[in-house]
Design a protein around this ligand. Structure first.
Ligand code: NDP
Length: 338
């Protein structure tokens, strides 16, 4: 069982030096303890929150211990079981970590989730029909709650979360405008995902230019904003925000390496009577069934589209993760392990 461990904590930008690969001996099926399940991980999910866990400081997520397998969501297949609830061949998702196999005591409810891959591909349970999808759903439905005809903006629009935000907004009759890095991502957001417009923020290096681009893309102003990035994008959105607009504060990836992310004009929150609300999706387990039902239905029927960047093999995980923090992924970043 090849595993990636956290070897050291990064100062600023992480590097491949912060990770180390180790090989671990697995028990045989006969050696499993009562309640244990052995899973062959097929996909590992790489997510921006993992950057925060690499730090020792105070964060909403507990720090990842040094010298232990990197934490992460996985989807795979049961290959041995001494648990009545799981049989060999079951497809499951769980927090299997950056490794090829996941040995877990599954007696506690919720540790492993069985999933149905008849109409939904296994990997989607780590993306549009998993944590990123529910994140999009929560911020859009519970915080922004767009009415038909309103305009919703989302940053990192081609990504795992952002792509779902815009499509859900469209399904509710809103106008969806994305921001993404590069012409390819923007073309995909409009042509494949069906957003009304997408702004390549890299073409607008200053606030005045980005704000003008937003004005052109959002002629009626902005009623809802789903923030994944922070910094100048948020400043530009706030300049175009309508009275009583709502901002779902989901992520601030532009500051995950410790960069300062000042807010240029906080007084706009007051003058525009804006609602700005941060949230952590794992603290809202009550909405997951409702959200997953809608997301699963939309993916199964082909109405909700998504794209994946797939790295091959566990040894490729660190580089793929570093790429995610630099926008080199295009859609949900995964590592394929078989
Ligand atoms: P994505 O698939 O969107 O990948 C991250 C994207 O962020 C990159 O592709 C890139 O897109 C953009 N990006 C990366 N670095 C920067 C930077 N320095 N400046 C600007 N943009 C950058 O990831 P996810 O969909 O998984 O996550 C999106 C956001 O949602 C993250 O901020 C994440 O932390 C947050 N999140 C929050 C949760 C919560 O509970 N609050 C739960 C899950 C995710 P581009 O090339 O377009 O710039």
């Amino acid at each position: 069982n090849r595993q990636i461990l956290l070897a050291s904590r990064p100062q600023g930008e992480p590097s491949s030096q912060n990770f180390i690969l180790r090989e671990q001996q697995l028990p045989t099926a006969a050696e499993l303890a009562e309640g244990q399940v052995l899973i062959r991980n097929h996909f590992l999910s790489l997510d921006p929150y993992m950057r925060g866990r690499m730090n020792d400081g105070k964060s909403y997520a507990a720090p990842q211990p040094l010298g232990e397998v990197m934490l992460g969501g996985t989807a795979g297949e049961v290959v041995a079981s001494r648990n009545a609830n799981f049989t060999v061949g079951d497809k499951v998702v769980g927090m299997g970590g950056w490794q090829e196999y996941f040995l877990v005591d599954a007696t506690q409810r919720g540790v492993l989730q069985k999933v149905d891959t008849t109409h939904i591909p296994l990997s989607a349970y780590l993306g549009a029909v998993g944590m990123p999808g529910v994140t999009a759903w929560y911020g859009l439905v519970k915080i922004i709650n767009p009415k038909a005809g309103e305009t919703v903006v989302v940053s990192a629009a081609s990504g795992a979360v952002g792509s779902v935000v815009g499509q859900l907004a469209k399904a509710r009759g809103a106008r969806a405008v994305g921001l993404a890095g590069g012409a390819d991502k923007c073309r995909y957001v409009v042509e494949e995902l069906g957003f009304d417009a997408c702004i390549d923020y890299k073409q607008h290096p200053d606030l005045r230019s980005l704000s003008a681009a937003l004005k052109a893309a959002c002629p009626d102003g902005i009623d809802g904003h789903f923030e994944n990035v922070g910094g100048m994008i948020l400043d530009a959105v706030m300049l175009r925000a309508n009275a009583f607009s709502r901002v779902a504060m989901c992520g601030m990836i532009s500051g995950y390496n410790g960069e300062p992310i000042p807010l240029a004009a906080p007084q706009l929150i007051l003058s525009n009577r804006m609602k700005v609300e941060g949230f952590i999706v794992s603290e809202h387990m009550d909405v997951w069934p409702e959200a997953l039902k809608e997301l699963g239905g939309l993916v199964a029927s082909g109405k909700l589209k998504f794209r994946e960047s797939v790295a091959q093999g566990i040894a490729a995980a660190p580089e793929a993760f570093l790429g995610l923090l630099k926008g080199r992924n295009f859609g949900k970043q995964l590592v394929k392990l078989v």
